[in-house]
Design a protein around this ligand. Structure first.
Ligand code: PEP
Length: 245
């Protein structure tokens, strides 16, 4: 399975900064590269290195209509988005996005022909309380209930421990292995063809820890926040993913 490395620009960028970043970005062979950009820049990203996939960071669960401020999956599709992040922990924590809504957003993206990157992960309190797989199982079950067993196998999942996002404190290889293996086993137990599901790790992946993370079994790529804003760092992470056996 080709690894996927997706950059999550979050609410960063400007027309000028994006152009400078794109001008430095060279597509790395042997890995699938994507950038998930703020909505207003989807038009600018029509002009991007060939082979660089485009994604968004959120999508409406609704198809069309009186939903001020929302952006539909069909709209994202018009700009050539292949991926859309759903259920990022920042959306769950800061914007009150519930498990069920995350499931509906994943369904909306799939119905429009896109691949949702569904984020799951525990807080530090939940980890300290021994709740890691209980929390992730609950988050996954909500998505499975909405999309069903077949469509679940077509998702990309991203394990993003909340305490590792933007903190500079990545999960250890052992922690990543345990959770990725746990997610794969959970999917299998629900009847999902778990071998087909790419499970990304996200949380303070940098050039200096990327190789160790991609060497972990069951890690099929990465979701990269801060480091995706620096072309050289993002490419170094992509090279590490391409080189991992
Ligand atoms: C993220 O936003 O999904 C993320 C993993 O951020 P960072 O790499 O900055 O921790």
């Amino acid at each position: 399975m080709l690894r996927l490395v997706a950059g999550n620009w979050k609410m960063n960028g400007s027309l000028a900064a994006n152009r400078a970043l794109l001008d430095q970005l060279v597509v790395v062979p042997g890995v699938e590269m994507a950038v998930c950009v703020p909505y207003p820049y989807l038009a600018q990203l029509q002009d991007r290195p060939s082979g660089l996939q485009l994604g968004a960071q959120d999508v409406s669960e609704h198809g069309a209509g009186a939903y001020t401020g929302e952006v539909s999956a069909a709209m994202l599709g018009e700009f050539g988005c292949r991926y859309v992040i759903v259920g990022h922990s920042e959306r769950r924590a800061l914007f009150g996005e519930a498990d069920l809504v995350v499931g509906r957003k994943a369904r909306a993206a799939q119905a429009a022909g896109m691949v949702p990157i569904v984020c799951v992960g525990e807080t530090l309190d939940e980890r300290d309380g021994g709740q890691v797989m209980a929390v992730i199982g609950r988050q996954l079950a909500a998505v499975l209930d909405v999309v069903g067993v077949e469509a679940m196998a077509a998702l990309v999942l991203a394990y993003e421990p909340v305490w590792a996002i933007g903190t500079g404190r990545s999960a250890t290889a052992g922690q990543v292995a345990e959770v990725h293996g746990g997610i794969r086993a959970w999917l299998r137990a629900q009847g999902v063809d778990a071998r087909r599901v790419r499970i990304l790790y996200g949380g303070s992946v940098k050039p200096d820890n990327a190789a160790a993370i991609f060497a972990v079994a069951d890690v099929d790529g990465g979701l990269i926040g801060g480091a995706s804003l620096v072309a050289e760092d993002f490419m170094a992470i992509c090279r590490a993913a391409a080189d991992a056996v």
